[in-house]
Ligand binder design. Sequence first.
Ligand code: NAP
Length: 287
Amino acid sequence: MTKKLLFLFDTDAVPSVFDTVVGYDGGADHITGYGNVTPENVGALVDGTIYTRGGSEKKSTAIFVGGGNMAAGEAVLKAVKKRFFGPFRVSTMLDSNGSNTTAAAGVALVQKAAGSLQGKKAVVLAGTGPVGMRSAALLAQEGASVVLCGRSLDKAQAAADQINQRFKVAISAAATPDAASRAAIVKGQNLVFSAGAIGIELLSEADWKEEASIEFIADYNAQPPLGFGGIDAMDKAKERHGKIVFGALGIGGLKLKLHRACVGKLFESTETVFDAEEIYALAKSMA
Ligand code: NAP
């Protein structure tokens, strides 16, 4: 039987161990990781995937684009797709730092619990990383009015501009350099997402529990201290202080199932491109 080969094109120096493990769990027979992949050097790698197998065997080769920088991952995906022509293509997935699968799982779970996100006011704390950027995009596409925060306005604005251009939405940016500014920005919001780097508390329990407007909080950081004080990483639609809470591991179960399912589906055809929209559609069907 033709071996299912997954090629990991990582924009970071070292290909991700996490993406390698989940790739095997998703059904790949062999995974080859490349680091420091750029739009300039990816062409020859793509050629190796598209010219080596024909007919029904070609679908057993697939590409996964990862790494810690969303813009860099998007640029590599664009270069990969540009290299394809006619039947010379293989299925490809973009998931920089788990961005698409994690954000899709988080937003799909909140969307399911809320019924609709249309008209909701949402804030994404530390939203400038891959997971926060994709969460902001998906929330906006669901009709929420979204503010993306980061410690510097320039970085937050650059992230918002990139999302607005890519997704045709109107996310705004805000600077939240400290605990006081983060506490202030969640006032009046309905949905609060915390997408900060691992092991950093962004909002204390006192800063969210009394805020009447907040209906849902969702955290992606699984390593204590968690993104929100007063929650448990395992929370999955758990009611706390009258709000519905999702912790990182409560979201992570669906994220892992989704990530594996996407990898499995890469080997079903040569035509699939999994990016935010396709992965979110799948997340909603699995949530
Ligand atoms: P990231 O790029 O590592 O960090 C996100 C943002 O955190 C950064 O852009 C930065 O924003 C902010 N930040 C960094 N250090 C900070 C500090 N000391 N104080 C305040 N803010 C700080 O994150 P990511 O890759 O997007 O991932 C987001 C979170 O999701 C991480 O905690 C990651 O571990 C988690 N994750 C969870 C799952 C899951 O299944 N639950 C899957 C994948 C990832 P500014 O510089 O703009 O302030």
